[in-house]
Design a protein around this ligand. Structure first.
Ligand code: FE2
Length: 206
């Protein structure tokens, strides 16, 4: 049985309102948890970890299962999303960290990386997620994932294993519409103010 994760903070205002946080975590994520628990009863997925369910259910039939994938993917996506934030003020990205050095190596500057990430979030058509992930060799990749997809299902060309998701912005309208209406770009820009870079760095170096 999967359970709703606890939030590691009480509030993320003014970047995300308490109302949005309450609906997003307490209603949307709770529904995905309840649905997945019902769907996996008596199936081969019952004994798997959440990550194993996402990868396994994403495969073609007969192993794959779109309904299981949609709900498991959304739980994994939201667990990583909600646990990556911290209320302001908090330290930003440490310029001496391995993650910062890799970002600068690939994008030239942290600001250029943020602009690329925001742009890929803004231009994602419909519902989905923009992700920063790491390849097995430590190089970083930004991907656009539609609906419930997660980069953990992808192996990039020339790589020996799956991407490891590090950071994500949720571009489903339920993530921002109460606070920002149609202004997705403004919402994405504001999210940088609550990213807990210590958590993202820990995911990268794990
Ligand atoms: Fe969401």
């Amino acid at each position: 049985m999967f359970t709703l994760i606890d939030l590691p903070y009480k509030s993320l205002t003014p970047v995300i309102s308490d109302e949005t946080l309450s609906f997003h975590h307490g209603k949307h994520l709770q529904t995905y948890v309840d649905n997945l628990n019902k769907l996996i009863v008596g199936t081969e997925f019952e004994k798997m970890s959440l990550e194993e369910i996402v990868v396994s259910s994403s495969l073609p039939a007969p192993t794959g299962n779109p309904a299981v994938f949609n709900n498991a993917g959304q739980i994994l996506n939201h667990n990583l999303y909600f646990s990556q934030f911290a209320p302001t003020p908090h330290p930003g990205l440490d310029p001496g960290s391995l993650l910062s050095k890799q970002i600068v190596k690939q994008w030239g500057s942290v600001d250029a990386f943020k602009a690329d990430f925001e742009s890929k979030g803004t231009t994602l058509f419909g519902s989905g997620w923009v992700w920063l992930s790491a390849n097995p060799d430590g190089t970083l990749v930004i991907t656009q994932e539609t609906n419930a997809s997660n980069p953990i299902t992808r192996v990039m060309p020339g790589q020996t294993g799956h991407l490891r998701p590090l950071l994500t912005f949720d571009v489903w309208e339920h993530a921002y519409y109460l606070d920002y209406q149609n202004r997705r770009a403004a919402h994405l820009q504001a999210l940088w103010g609550i990213v807990n870079w210590n958590e993202i760095e820990a995911r990268y170096t794990k």
